[in-house]
Write a protein that binds this ligand. Sequence first.
Ligand SMILES: NC(=O)c1ccc[n+]([C@@H]2O[C@H](COP(=O)([O-])OP(=O)(O)OC[C@H]3O[C@@H](n4cnc5c(N)ncnc54)[C@H](O)[C@@H]3O)[C@@H](O)[C@H]2O)c1
Length: 325
Amino acid sequence: MLPCPPDQVERIAVLGTGTIGASWAAYFLSRGLTVSAYDPMPDSEADLRRRIEAAWPALEQLGLPAAADPDRVTVHADPAGAVRDVQAVQENAPEFMDAKLALYEAMEPGLPDDAVMISSSSGLIMSELQKGRVGPERYVLGHPFNPPHLIPLVEVVGGTATDPAVVDWTLQFYEAIGKVAIRLNKEVPGHLVNRMQAAIWREAIDAVATGLASVEDVDRGLAYGPGLRWAVMGPHLICALAGGEGGMPNYIDHFGPSIERWWKDLGTPTLTPEVRRKLIEGVEAEAAGRTVPDLVRERDKLLLAVLGALGRARDELNKEKVASG
Ligand SMILES: NC(=O)c1ccc[n+]([C@@H]2O[C@H](COP(=O)([O-])OP(=O)(O)OC[C@H]3O[C@@H](n4cnc5c(N)ncnc54)[C@H](O)[C@@H]3O)[C@@H](O)[C@H]2O)c1
């Protein structure tokens, strides 16, 4: 049973309004949805409203529909009250199985039979989260990237008990509100994209641990090199282009043997006290006095510039495609 067509969701609950939940709430409001929120922290309402207000100028810059309203949010004292008449829930409680299960238990008396329950969990397995739930088939994972109000990506995967129609509905719901949703065909620890990030970070740490390069140069190497290309195309297409006119077959035949040799040489560092110290000192040197809020401001300003430029360029490309038939 599904609550409505995925492009007609009007009311969503946001449970847990910390870093991710507050950002999701701002995003949902910016797409014209009504949000009902719950977080047990004292003063959570003031904190949530402050975070929505802080995110709003960026959302305005990205373009708002007429229905977008930062005040269309209600904050509830209990989770069952927050979910009472919603079509979907985005759960963002702390990343502990017990905390999430206790929240589901407390929420369920209010949850409409047809509501879809989406967890933002970065690492917990949906098959475990949905065990023993009322209507486990409507529990699904929708993993965003920080900050969800700016980064388009959401990974969607169901657990063993999830109805495949709920996975499809969730993918379509996210696409309908302007996200880029990707389907994972099975559950693995860390989902897909964090595993790829972890693979890069492993090599980045090894580079620092073995003295290959400083923390700052490792970061600059990625941000000013592959990071720029990855903002427009993923590694497979990028490699295909590196194969020239011969594309992917040429790339694999030409560079494959070298890359296989590099794979065998990649590092497998551990976070020893010494490595930890090098990373912390390296990041301090790279930040050069900028505080975390300073860096968040910088990151979001630059992200917004990239998103705006990419949006305009993609629109132009689409127009060119239409014009050329
Ligand atoms: N931080 C990230 O980069 C990131 C990215 C993607 C997904 N996630 C996932 O989002 C979820 C939340 O992470 P976060 O980084 O926002 O954590 P956070 O600590 O910033 O926020 C968690 C919020 O949950 C609240 N909370 C505590 N107990 C609760 C309960 N029983 N019911 C409801 N809320 C409760 C806390 O008061 C807090 O406001 C986690 O599952 C995490 O894996 C995090």
